[in-house]
Design a protein around this ligand. Structure first.
Ligand SMILES: Nc1nc2c(c(=O)[nH]1)N[C@H]1C(S)=C(S)[C@@H](COP(=O)(O)O)O[C@H]1N2
Ligand SMILES: [Mo]
Length: 414
C-alpha cells in the first residue's frame, strides 16, 4: 500500500467509486491492520451532530410524512395522476404515489354502508358487506397495475413519469374471487361476468370468467393498510396482469352471465378480441421495461454507473432484461432482483463504465412466454401505421450527452 496516498485526506465529493468496490468487495477485506490501527489509516475529524431541533423535521401532528428534503410528486391532470418512477427505488410504489386514473372523480364511500352484490348465473345471489369480505380466507400478492393507455412520446425533456407513469405496484390483500364464486354456486355454463364500479362513471367491464377461476381478487388492503380512496376504497377488483381498466374500483356489483355485455366503456375505448372490433388486443399487458436511472432530468459523471430500471409482464415472470449502452449494437444481460414475481415489476441493474462519449442506453425484457419487448418500428410493422394509443410497450432509449445530461429519445409513430 502506498502510505503517501493514505496520508492525503479525501473529500467525499472527490471520491470516485473505485473499480474494486464495484467489482470485488472481497478484495478490500483482505488488507488487515498489522500493528496500530491509528498509524495505518487516515485520520478524520468526526463532525458534531447538528442540533436536531434546528432541522426542519416532522412537525407535531405531521409524524409519518416524508422527509422534507424528499419531494416525489404525482403529476396530476383532471383525469389521472402519474407515478414519479424516476424518483423511486426497487418496485413497491408508496401508496400515496400510486398512479390514479378515474373517469368521474374519486368517490367517498362509507365502509359501513359499502355493499357488493353478486348475482346472475348463480345459485344464491348475495350481498357482501366489507366485514363479510374480510371474514373469508385472505390472500396477499404483489403485482403491478398498468393503464392500457400508458404511452407518451414527443419531446426530449420527458421524464419516466411522463412517458409511462401510469403503472405502479403494490402489495394487495383481499379475497380470491373464486372463493366467493364457490360460495355462491356459479353456474358452470357461465363464461363472462360484468364488474361495475360505484363511482359516478359507473364504469363497467365484461371479464371472461376464466380470470375469476384463475387469479382475480377483490382487494381491500394496499401496502399494509386499507386501500387508498384513489385506488378504490373500500374494495376493488384486482386482475393481475390485465389492463388497468378491468381492475374496477369502488366495486359494487358483479353480474355473472354467458356473454359479454358490450358496455359503453369497452366498445368505445378498451377492447377485447371480439369479431368486428378493430383492435384485437388481449386483456394481458405485454412485457415492458424502462431504465429509470439514469433518465431525464438526471445527469451523470464519467466512471462507473449502475443503470437501474423496472421490467414487467402481464403474462407471467420476467426471465431476462438486456441493457445496451451503445444504441442497441450490443446487449448485456442485467442482474434481476429477487424475488421475481409473476405479473410484477422486477428491478434490474447493470454496471456500466461511462467514458464520457455521447451514446444511447436502452433496455428490453423477455418474459416467460418467450416474448421479447419490441422496438417501436417492430410494433408498427406488426400492427400497421394506424397503431392507436393503447397497449404500447416499445423499447425506450435515453440519450446520454457529452456533458452528462440524459434526455429521452422520442420516436414518432404517426
Ligand atoms: N370504478 C372505476 N374503476 C376504474 C376506473 C374508473 O374510472 N372507475 N378507472 C380504470 C382505469 S382506466 C385504470 S387504468 C385503473 C387505474 O387504477 P388506479 O387508479 O388504482 O391506479 O382503474 C380502473 N378502474
Ligand atoms: Mo386506464
Amino acid at each position: 500500500m502506498n502510505m503517501e496516498q493514505q496520508d492525503k485526506p479525501v473529500k467525499a465529493t472527490e471520491k470516485k467509486i473505485s473499480r474494486r468496490t464495484l467489482l470485488g468487495g472481497a478484495l478490500a477485506t483482505a488488507i488487515l491492520p498489522v500493528t496500530s490501527v491509528f498509524a495505518k489509516y487516515i485520520q478524520v475529524g468526526v463532525p458534531a451532530i447538528p442540533d436536531p431541533t434546528k432541522q426542519p423535521g416532522p412537525l407535531p401532528g405531521k409524524v409519518g410524512t416524508r422527509s422534507p428534503f424528499e419531494s416525489p410528486v404525482k403529476k396530476p391532470s383532471d383525469i389521472s395522476s402519474r407515478t414519479p418512477l424516476q424518483d423511486l427505488y426497487s418496485t413497491i410504489t408508496p401508496s400515496d404515489l400510486h398512479f390514479e386514473r378515474h373517469h368521474a372523480g374519486v368517490p367517498s364511500i362509507d365502509p359501513n354502508q359499502y355493499e357488493l352484490l353478486i348475482h346472475g348465473m348463480v345459485e344464491r345471489p348475495m350481498k357482501f358487506s366489507l366485514h363479510d369480505l374480510k371474514r373469508f380466507p385472505s390472500v396477499t400478492r404483489t403485482c403491478f397495475i398498468e393503464c392500457a393507455g400508458n404511452f407518451r412520446t414527443g419531446k426530449e425533456d420527458m421524464t419516466v413519469q411522463e412517458i409511462l407513469g401510469l403503472t405502479s405496484q403494490s402489495e394487495w390483500t383481499g379475497v380470491m374471487l373464486s372463493t366467493l364464486f364457490r360460495e355462491l354456486g356459479v353456474d358452470p355454463k357461465a363464461t363472462w361476468f360484468l364488474a361495475e364500479g360505484g363511482d359516478a362513471a359507473v364504469l363497467t367491464r365484461s371479464i371472461p370468467i376464466r380470470k375469476a377461476w384463475d387469479d382475480a381478487m377483490i382487494v381491500y388492503a394496499q401496502n399494509g393498510e386499507a386501500i387508498r380512496p384513489e385506488q378504490g376504497y373500500p374494495a376493488r377488483l384486482l386482475l393481475p396482469g390485465w389492463e388497468g381498466n378491468t381492475n374496477v374500483k369502488w366495486l359494487r356489483r358483479i353480474e355473472i352471465s354467458d356473454a359479454p355485455y358490450f358496455t359503453r366503456e369497452e366498445t368505445s375505448k378498451y377492447t377485447y378480441p371480439v369479431k368486428d372490433k378493430i383492435r384485437m388486443f388481449s386483456f394481458e399487458m405485454d412485457a415492458r421495461s424502462i431504465i429509470t436511472y439514469p433518465s431525464f432530468p438526471q445527469t451523470i459523471e464519467r466512471g462507473w454507473i449502475e443503470i437501474r430500471g423496472i421490467a414487467w409482464s402481464g403474462r407471467g415472470k420476467v426471465v431476462k432484461v438486456e441493457v445496451s449502452t451503445n444504441a442497441g449494437k450490443n446487449w448485456n444481460e442485467a442482474r434481476l432482483q429477487d424475488p421475481i414475481l409473476e405479473k410484477a415489476h422486477t428491478y434490474f441493474r447493470h454496471l456500466w463504465h461511462w467514458d464520457g462519449s455521447e451514446t444511447e442506453i436502452l433496455s428490453r425484457v423477455t418474459d416467460e412466454t418467450g416474448y421479447t419487448q419490441p422496438t417501436l418500428k417492430q410494433l408498427i410493422d406488426a400492427r400497421g401505421k394506424d397503431i392507436g394509443g393503447y397497449h404500447m410497450n416499445p423499447v425506450t432509449a435515453w440519450r446520454v450527452k457529452r456533458d452528462g445530461n440524459v434526455v429521452f429519445k422520442p420516436e414518432n409513430h404517426k
